[in-house]
Design a protein around this ligand. Structure first.
Ligand SMILES: [Zn+2]
Length: 145
């Protein structure tokens, strides 16, 4: 996602394009590991040293309300943010705390047809996201958690 894509994302959601919002969006695109607000702040602070954590949270809340990001929860307490809003699953490494997007159309079809056939009593399924927990066999986790 380049700068004009990012401006397009904000405009399409009816948001005023500000340098701070662009910086936070840029951090979400640049940091591959479903970053926390803290790591987004650290990244953005290279460009905007005075941007406070509260401001980062406010921007992330607006992005969440507008459907630009989703939130990912792990066993640890921090909320992580996800810029990929198209349906996908997650691989979660419980050793290095890395979260990787996992796309598998065959799995999606399998899950969809399973639940279409079987259903869950008294529950209306809107979306199915798997969190596949394990650990990388050969992986040097990036340090930008
Ligand atoms: Zn994701």
């Amino acid at each position: 996602m380049n700068m004009s894509d990012m401006i397009g994302v904000l405009s399409a959601k009816g948001l005023k394009v500000t340098p701070q919002r662009l910086a936070v969006l840029g951090a979400l695109v640049a940091l591959p590991n479903h970053p926390t607000a803290d790591s987004i702040k650290a990244y953005v602070n290279e460009q905007f040293p005075s941007l406070a954590l509260g401001t980062v949270y406010n921007i992330l809340d607006v992005f969440f309300e507008k459907g630009i990001v989703t939130k990912v929860k792990t066993d640890r307490d921090f909320v992580r943010y996800d810029i990929e809003v198209n349906g996908h699953h997650h691989l979660y490494c419980d050793e290095c705390d890395y979260i990787e997007n996992y796309f598998d159309e065959e799995l999606d079809n399998l899950l969809q047809s399973y639940f279409q056939r079987k259903g869950i009593p008294n529950f209306n399924i809107r979306d199915i996201n798997l969190q596949i927990v394990g650990s990388y066999i050969n992986h040097n986790p990036p340090k930008n958690l």
